[in-house]
Design a protein around this ligand. Structure first.
Ligand code: FPP
Length: 251
């Protein structure tokens, strides 16, 4: 099967600057094939790489991937162990390839509880790709939207405690400066696979005006072509950011 040319997508659509992806359905995809859930995560790595390749080819500026949430610690110890080890190995295996594609890798999440070896791989990948000017790949590992907002609130409270600001000076801009990657723009398009229609504590602040796209495929069935299809669909949506347009002419 030939892969379609992404150039028309670059040229013709309103391209989202920031795409966020909830890679859901690995376990169910595997179980439906009589395989253990871990095989679904293995297939998920290929889907991740193909999707990032598609983002690079289409010229997407930022792509956030939800790899491990602060709630995923409640999975069985065996699955948590697998996901930690597999995340570490995936980053180690793929960093050089992503670097060749000009991708800048950044980790988004909290350090406590996360395996040191995972943090080390994330830091090494960040360092390797720090000067790349292509697509930014935000790997959300041990990430939770509420945790991020709580951390931002705490940082602001500490500034007040130290006398560096007054409580009255706290506004949206001040809070946004304390997000994990404050220079990254808000999400334009959220894609979630597996047919579930939930946000699951992902990028709560950044998703405020995002277009939500729930796709009826398991994550291992997703890839660059599916991404391009979603980018085209995004291009035909009308975003209003709270504004309104009167479609009826006044009498
Ligand atoms: C969701 O499927 C998927 C995950 C929780 C893990 C995704 C991780 C990878 C693809 C590995 C790559 C990681 C990095 C850091 C590069 P699910 O288990 O929730 O599936 P289910 O909804 O069918 O149970």
């Amino acid at each position: 099967m030939s892969i379609p040319d992404p150039r028309p997508i670059r040229a013709e659509t309103k391209m989202p600057k920031h795409v966020a992806v909830i890679m859901d359905g690995n376990g169910r995809w595997a179980n439906a094939r009589g395989l253990p859930r871990t095989e679904g995560h293995r297939a998920g790595e290929l889907a991740l790489m193909d999707t990032v390749a598609g983002a690079v080819e289409a010229g997407v500026g930022y792509i956030s991937m939800y790899a491990f949430s602060t709630e995923n610690w409640s999975r069985s110890p065996a699955e948590v162990r697998f996901l930690m080890g597999y995340s570490r190995d995936t980053i180690r295996r793929r960093a050089a390839q992503l670097h060749r594609w000009g991708v800048r890798i950044r980790w988004v999440g909290r350090a406590p509880r996360l395996w040191k070896s995972v943090i080390n791989e994330l830091r090494a990948a960040e360092e390797l790709t720090a000067n790349n000017r292509g697509t930014q790949l935000l790997l959300c590992v041990n990430y939770g939207g509420r945790a991020e907002l709580t951390d931002a609130a705490r940082a602001l409270a500490e500034e007040v405690e130290r006398g560096e600001r007054t409580a009255r000076s706290i506004n949206e801009k001040a809070l946004a400066r304390h997000l994990y990657v404050p220079d990254v723009p808000d999400v334009d398009l959220l894609i979630r696979t597996s047919g579930e229609q939930r946000i699951s504590n992902f990028l709560l602040w950044q998703l405020a005006y995002a277009e939500l796209d729930f796709v009826d495929l398991a994550w291992p069935e997703f890839g660059r072509e599916q991404l391009w299809e979603r980018l085209l669909a995004y291009g035909s949506r009308q975003r209003r950011f709270g504004g309104a347009v009167d479609l009826v002419e006044p009498a």
